[in-house]
Design a protein around this ligand. Structure first.
Ligand code: SIN
Length: 275
C-alpha cells in the first residue's frame, strides 16, 4: 500500500490515533513511515487493526524506528530475546503492566517506544489505558511547573522486578536491576514539548528533597497523571497493534478478564537519556 491509502483518526482530543490503510506485513513506503512517525510522537500512541504479521515483520517494523532492546527482567521469546511475551491465562498470578508506568523507566536510556501485537484476546476486558504526559504537563499550574523544574527523581527497577519474581516464583538471586536518575520534567527530543516523567511503578523518590516532601509531591503527580481527561482506552481485537511512545505516555494494562487468555508479543525500541 502507498501513502495514498493511509488514514489517521484521532482517538481522543488528548491522545491516540488509529491508523488505517497500511499493511505492516510489508515494508512501509518512506512517505507512510514519516506519517506514522509523526502520528506517534504527536499523539503519543498509535493503533493498527488486522495486522496478522510474523514476529520477524514486527521486529522489522520496530527496527525502522531504532535498535531493539531486550527486557531486563524477561527472558523473551525463544530465539528472539528482544521480543517480550505478554501472556495471561487461568494459571497466571499477575500480568505485565498492571499499574501506571512508562516501560523500563529505570534504565539509563529508557525505551523510546513499545510495539505490542495481541493475537489472542478475551471476549471482553483486557483493554489498555494510555495517558498523555504532554497533557498532564500542560495542565499543571505555573507554580507547580516552577517547583518541578530542575528536579530529578530516582527510578529503580529492583523493588518492582523482585516483587514480580517473588510472586511468580522466579529465582533472581544475585541479579542486579537498572536504577537511574532522570529529570521529573523531560523534553521530548522530537516535538520539543515538555512531559511529566515519573511513574508509580519505578520512581522511588526525588533527589535532594526531604522524604516527606518527596512523598507528597510524587503522590500528587502519580494521581495527577491518571486524570481521565489525559487518557484514551484501547479495546483490543485479534491482530491489533498498539505502538506507544514511552517519552510522552504512560499506560496501564487492565486485568479484568481472569481466567481468560490474552496473548501477544511486544518489541521495544531503544531510547535516549531523558533531558
Ligand atoms: C505492557 O507492556 O506494559 C503491557 C501492556 C498490555 O498488556 O496491554
Amino acid at each position: 500500500m502507498s501513502g495514498n491509502t493511509l488514514t489517521i483518526r484521532e482517538t481522543t482530543p488528548a491522545i491516540g490515533a488509529e491508523i488505517g490503510g497500511v499493511d505492516l506485513g510489508a515494508t512501509l513506503a518512506d512517505e507512510d513511515f514519516a506519517r506514522v512517525h509523526e502520528a506517534l510522537v504527536t499523539r503519543g500512541v498509535i493503533f493498527f487493526r488486522d495486522q496478522d504479521i510474523s514476529v520477524e515483520r514486527q521486529k522489522e517494523f520496530g527496527l525502522r524506528f531504532g535498535e531493539l532492546v531486550a527486557h531486563p527482567n524477561d527472558p523473551g521469546l525463544d530465539g528472539h530475546p528482544e521480543v517480550m511475551i505478554i501472556h495471561a491465562d487461568e494459571t497466571s498470578k499477575r500480568v505485565a503492566g498492571e499499574r501506571w508506568h512508562s516501560d523500563v523507566s529505570c534504565a539509563a536510556e529508557p525505551p523510546m517506544g513499545s510495539i505490542l501485537r495481541l493475537f489472542t484476546v478475551p471476549d471482553s476486558g483486557g483493554d489498555t489505558l494510555f495517558a498523555s504526559m504532554y497533557a498532564a504537563y500542560d495542565a499543571l499550574s505555573d507554580r507547580m511547573r516552577s517547583l518541578l523544574a530542575g528536579l530529578t527523581a530516582v527510578h529503580d527497577g529492583g523493588p518492582y522486578y523482585r516483587g514480580v519474581n517473588r510472586l511468580i516464583g522466579r529465582d533472581d538471586g544475585g541479579r542486579t536491576y537498572p536504577r537511574a536518575e532522570h529529570p521529573v520534567i523531560r523534553t521530548h527530543p522530537v516535538t520539543g514539548r515538555k512531559t511529566i516523567f515519573v511513574n508509580e511503578m519505578f520512581t522511588t523518590h526525588l533527589v535532594g528533597v526531604p522524604t516527606a516532601e518527596s512523598d507528597a509531591i510524587l503522590a500528587f503527580l502519580f494521581r495527577h497523571v491518571t486524570n481521565p481527561q489525559f487518557q484514551c482506552r484501547f479495546r483490543w481485537a485479534e491482530n491489533s497493534i498498539a505502538f506507544w511512545d514511552n517519552r510522552c505516555v504512560q499506560h496501564h494494562a487492565l486485568w479484568d478478564y481472569f481466567p481468560h487468555t490474552r496473548s501477544g508479543y511486544r518489541v521495544t525500541v531503544r531510547g535516549e537519556r531523558p533531558e
